[in-house]
Write a protein that binds this ligand. Structure first.
Ligand code: C2E
Ligand code: CA
Ligand code: CA
Length: 781
């Protein structure tokens, strides 16, 4: 059901309704008027009919009066000459149209009845007429046997009263029709009387044969005022008028009526014309409605299709010419809206793909562009250059984002020349990416060096002179990846490598990628190994240089990966720290180390066990409790356990770390500073910590034989450490000269391959024999 159809239907239905209502109204008004007029006329007609009817009866009576004056008849009455009488009566009766002639005696008894209805000697049934006849000829309408009659009575004088002549003249259909023909009377005229049961029966009727009296008098009474009655499906205006009667006869009424429908007959042609007009009007209305509906609905439909077009993303201007009306205004508003949407969409699209600061495409943009390019030419080489500005994080911290943004903007501008028409994008806040489709390694390298050169000149603004310090990572397609996201990440990894190396340009190397996916699964495997075995703690003996025996060991974790084989701690400890897995490692190492210390004690060996603890462990306030529980469970004295912590681990977050360290030191556990000398701690700072041991980093020990500086550093640390009450251990001792020197400067312990490599627990026993470690003669003397 379209809008147009509904609009047209509305017009047509409204038209039909108005026409029909008007027609009905006119019909009702006309009919009402007709009935009103009919009622007035009916009243007159009823009176006029009664007059005429009774006039005729009186005239008939007058005719019978003339008969009564006839000499022959009078003498026949006086002489009781029956034969003459009968023939005279019959002759006269025929003249006045009577069907019965009577001679009634002065005693009121019937003497002669030409019809033989009443026997001679029986009383005349209408004595009141006899009486009235003495004043004037009496006439009344009477009824018997379903017929109406005029009963006329006149006296006969010869010269004295000798009797009465009666005549019964039928008032029948013929008479009524005759009356109707003579004067303008309604079509319906009936004579009616009530029978013994009170129901009205029609005795005679005129032209129409509707039997109005039966319906009109159904309730036993006839209305003497005009009334509307339905008979045989037709409507009549009808009225009764009582006729003059005789006392002993049922009263006869005349019922008159005319049909309303017939009265409406003259209006039929008008109605027909009306109907014709209606049909014509409807047809014209229909056409007009359709045309109007179309003229209204077409622009609406056009607007709807325009809206659909806009919704589907087609923002072209409407092609229809502008209309001056409201719909035209709406259409032009639509057009403006489409235009505004198009502009906004373009802006949003640009913003979505571009960086506000540099105006360069953003990471999402370059990622999808590279993805498209790689998909289009999968076989061809391509290079992705990731440019990082080494000093940018520092610049952001010191000078804020406004300056760093300007620096980034300047870097983007300088890249335009060396990049040519290659795509340059801002990949992250501090990095720019350049995509070189079709570039080989050599071409990529050349391009990278041109970029470095372009950024060689420092950035200058007002008082500021800032080095760009560019570092470029290169990832090549397809060998480093065929996916844009992967290439971007790998170029970034290479760039980070470049930031930390002397070369400004570094090619991605899968071997050194700390983010290669294998490392993620490595952590899962590590957790599995910690729970199900595959990890062991090895112990590297520490030689007590004063006593010449092994009295301590350092626990070092060993992991044999089921597929990759042995994995060096340096390869997974840092990753475990990054990924939050280090606490599991530490818990496990503490458990293993303490259990082993208990076993050695049981075997009669007093061996201190050092366990490495990482920076992230010091955030764990549960660590002291856990340690205490383990010691109690294995019956190990706290003094048997040393925790090794690097300088940097404590320097990172002093308050929390120190609180945890204090609690453990209070429990009697010794703390050692691992890799001492390479970090940035100071003795002044260390004084505030519950530390009992320093482990001089192996970088100072390795070159001890050749480096005078290292010798001075080591002897200074030992001396100062002793002054402050620390035990001092030297790590990485792998040549005898170093060991001798350490002994000379009074270092407490030495640890290194020269003494022993990290050993399995069961192998440690044989190293514990003091006989293996003869003290040099020099020291003894
Ligand atoms: P670290 O604590 O400094 O451990 C000493 C490292 O030096 C060990 O390497 C050891 O095998 C090695 N080493 C021993 N003697 C010599 C020598 O004469 N010369 C040289 N050049 N090296 C020697 P390893 O076992 O590979 O451990 C590396 C690092 O992994 C350790 O350094 C330690 O920081 C960490 N690590 C090892 N086990 C654990 C552990 O259970 N927990 C934690 N958190 N870290 C551990
Ligand atoms: Ca250590
Ligand atoms: Ca160390």
């Amino acid at each position: 059901m379209g809008f147009r159809f509904r609009l047209a239907s509305f017009f047509v239905v409204a038209l039909i309704l108005v026409q029909a209502l008007t027609g009905l109204l006119v019909y009702q008004v006309t009919r009402h008027e007709l009935i009103g007029e009919g009622k007035r006329r009916m009243q007159e007609a009823a009176q006029s009919f009664a007059h005429q009817f009774e006039d005729m009866a009186d005239r008939a009576a007058a005719s019978v009066q003339v008969l009564a004056l006839d000499f022959a008849l009078r003498s026949a009455v006086a002489q009781h000459d029956e034969a003459t009488l009968s023939s005279a009566l019959r002759n006269h009766g025929r003249r006045v149209g009577a069907t019965q002639m009577l001679l009634v005696g002065t005693d009121g008894r019937v003497e002669v009845d030409t019809a033989g209805r009443w026997a001679a000697g029986s009383p005349f049934p209408y004595p009141d007429l006899v009486e009235r006849s003495l004043q004037a000829p009496a006439a009344a309408t009477v009824t018997w046997e379903q017929h109406a009659y005029w009963m006329v009575v006149v006296p006969v004088f010869a010269p004295d009263l000798v009797g009465y002549i009666g005549a019964a003249i039928p008032a029948d259909n013929r008479m009524l029709v005759q009356l109707q023909q003579q004067s303008a009377l309604p079509d319906n005229i009936e004579l009616a009387a009530a029978d013994a049961t009170g129901r009205f029966a029609v005795l005679a009727r005129g032209r129409d044969r509707s039997q109005l009296a039966v319906s009109l008098g159904a309730n036993g009474r006839l209305p003497t005022a005009p009334a509307v009655v339905m008979v045989g499906g037709r409507e009549f205006v009808s009225q009764a008028v009582w006729l003059r009667g005789a006392r002993h006869s049922p009263r006869v009424a005349a019922v008159l009526g005319f049909s309303v429908d017939e009265a409406l007959e003259p209006y039929r042609p008008v109605a027909a014309a009306w109907a014709g007009l209606l049909v014509f009007g409807l047809t014209v209305g229909l056409v007009c409605a359709w045309v109007i509906a179309r003229s209204v609905s077409r622009p609406v439909e056009e607007l709807a299709s325009l809206a659909r077009r806009i919704a589907s993303g087609d923002y072209s201007a409407p092609d229809a010419p502008a209309r001056p009306d409201e719909l035209g205004q709406l259409a032009s508003a639509f057009g403006n809206m489409a235009h505004a949407i198009r502009e906004r969409e373009a802006r949003i699209l640009h913003q979505a793909g571009h960086d506000q600061v540099t105006g360069l495409p953003n990471r999402a943009y370059i990622e999808s562009a590279v993805q498209h390019a790689l998909a289009a030419r999968p076989q061809e080489p391509a290079a992705l250059l990731m440019l990082g500005l080494g000093r940018l994080p520092e610049i952001i911290k010191t000078l804020g984002h406004v300056v760093s943004d300007r620096l980034m903007h300047a870097a983007g501008a300088r890249l335009q020349a060396p990049a040519g028409d290659s795509l340059v994008a801002r990949a992250t806040e501090t990095q720019l990416a350049i995509f070189l489709p079709g570039a080989t390694l050599e071409e990529a390298m050349t391009a990278a060096h041109r970029v470095v050169e372009a950024l060689g000149e420092p950035y200058r603004e007002a008082e500021l002179t800032l080095d760009f310090a560019p570092a470029i990572g290169i990832a090549l397609a397809p060998e480093h990846g065929t996916d844009a996201g992967v290439l971007l990440r790998r170029a970034e990894v290479a760039m980070i490598g470049a930031l930390h190396s002397d070369d400004a340009v570094v090619l991605y190397d899968p071997a050194t990628d700390p983010h290669r996916p294998e490392r993620l699964s490595l952590m899962g495997d590590l957790r599995h190994a910690l729970e199900h075995g595959g990890i062991e703690l090895h112990y590297q003996p520490k030689l007590n240089l004063q006593q010449g025996r092994i009295d301590a060991v350092e626990g070092l974790i060993r992991w044999r990966h089921p597929i990759a084989g042995p994995v060096a701690p340096d390869d997974f400890i840092a990753l475990a720290e990054e990924t939050g897995n280090i606490r599991r490692v530490t818990r496990w190492a503490l458990g293993a180390g303490i259990a082993q210390a208990a076993r050695w004690m049981a075997a009669g060996h007093a061996v201190r066990v050092s366990i490495n603890v990482s920076a992230r462990d010091l955030d764990d306030p549960e660590l002291p409790n856990r340690l205490r529980d383990l010691l109690r469970a294995h019956g190990v004295a706290p003094a048997q356990i040393v925790l090794e912590i690097t300088e940097s681990a404590i320097m990172g977050k002093p308050e929390t770390a120190i609180a945890v360290l204090r609690r453990m030191a209070d429990d009697g556990i010794d703390l050692a500073i691992d890799d001492f000398g390479v970090g940035q701690s100071s003795f002044a700072y260390l004084r505030r910590l519950p530390v009992r041991e320093l482990k001089i980093d192996k970088t100072f020990i390795t070159h001890l034989a050749r480096s005078r500086e290292d010798r001075i550093i080591v002897s200074s640390i030992v001396e100062l450490g002793h002054h402050l009450g620390y035990r001092v251990t030297a790590e990485g001792v792998d040549d005898a000269d170093a060991l001798a020197y350490l002994r000379d400067v009074g270092c407490d312990h030495a640890q290194g391959y020269l003494i022993a490599p990290p050993l399995q627990a069961q192998d440690v026993g044989q190293w514990l024999d003091p006989a293996r470690w003869p003290l040099p003669a020099a020291t003894e003397t």
